[in-house]
Design a protein around this ligand. Structure first.
Ligand code: IPE
Ligand code: IPE
Ligand code: MG
Length: 240
């Protein structure tokens, strides 16, 4: 067994997860949807800690999409309240475990308290070097690309960028994920097989693992299973 442990291949450097299935988890138990979001917050904590012990460098989690504002006022405000609570707790963990936090998405639409929490977490954890958590909040992949284009065009207008010299790598620097390698593995629990506007630029060659488990039930064993599945894949990047 010790030998088997030694032979375990290194985990992917960057894992991205669509934290989906909170509502169905709550419904199955006859609980309000917010109870599912609360249990989902625990699953996030568990998973981030496990990624840290595995030596994963980047964990990107999808917490709230640009489309999720379409939900009832009650659900949205419940989610925002829970996010504030969980982020406050995560910040305490962060100090202890040296987790680095970064936020993807347009934070300008969040309430000022939550926005401040995000910005503080980002700056306070800047020098930490354990796992980096990229927390996607009011994130949409198309919105990220539009914001990237706006920033790029401003640089062109200011004479700081040359349109004819634009490359894929050069444009990546204008995205929320600037400086971060693309995720090798994307996991979507909850049984849905779509990406729902999550990291369209960054995942063109990622491996996708779809799982039936609902996010609040997601365990370290589920992450192990997804990583094992990833290691069984043959990545070719268009080569033979
Ligand atoms: C994911 O769980 C959390 C958010 C999108 C905020 P859902 O709330 O989408 O749960 P289901 O998909 O309805 O079960
Ligand atoms: C994706 O889940 C967004 C998050 C998990 C934050 P959704 O539940 O919003 O996606 P759809 O509606 O099933 O595509
Ligand atoms: Mg959902």
């Amino acid at each position: 067994m010790a030998e088997k442990e030694l032979k375990k291949p290194a985990p992917p450097r960057h894992i991205a997860i669509i934290m989906d299935g909170n509502g169905r988890w709550a419904k199955k138990r006859g609980l309000p949807r917010t109870a599912g979001h609360s249990a989902g917050g625990e699953a996030f904590r568990r998973t981030a800690n496990y990624c840290r012990t595995l030596g994963v460098e980047y964990l990107t989690v999808y917490a709230f999409s640009t489309e999720n504002w379409k939900r009832s006022e009650e659900e949205v405000s419940g989610i925002m309240r829970l996010l504030t609570k969980y982020l406050q707790e995560a910040l305490r963990d962060m100090e202890k475990n040296h987790v680095r936090f970064r936020f993807f998405g347009d934070l300008s639409r969040l309430n000022p308290k939550l926005r401040k929490l995000c910005l503080d977490a980002q700056s306070r954890s800047d020098e930490y070097h354990e796992v980096q958590v990229n927390f996607c909040l009011n994130y949409g992949g198309r919105d990220e690309i539009i914001r990237g284009i706006q920033a790029y065009v401003r640089d062109v207008q200011a004479g700081k960028a040359d349109v004819n010299a634009l490359t894929e790598t050069g444009f990546s620097a204008y995205l929320d994920s600037a400086g971060i390698p693309d995720p090798e593995l994307v996991i979507r629990p909850s049984g849905e097989m779509r990406i729902s506007n999550f990291l369209p630029w960054q995942t063109v060659y990622s491996e996708f693992v779809f799982m039936d488990v609902l996010w609040p039930d997601f365990s370290p064993e589920d992450l192990d299973k997804a990583i094992e599945e990833y290691h069984r894949r043959n990545r070719r990047f268009g080569g033979a």
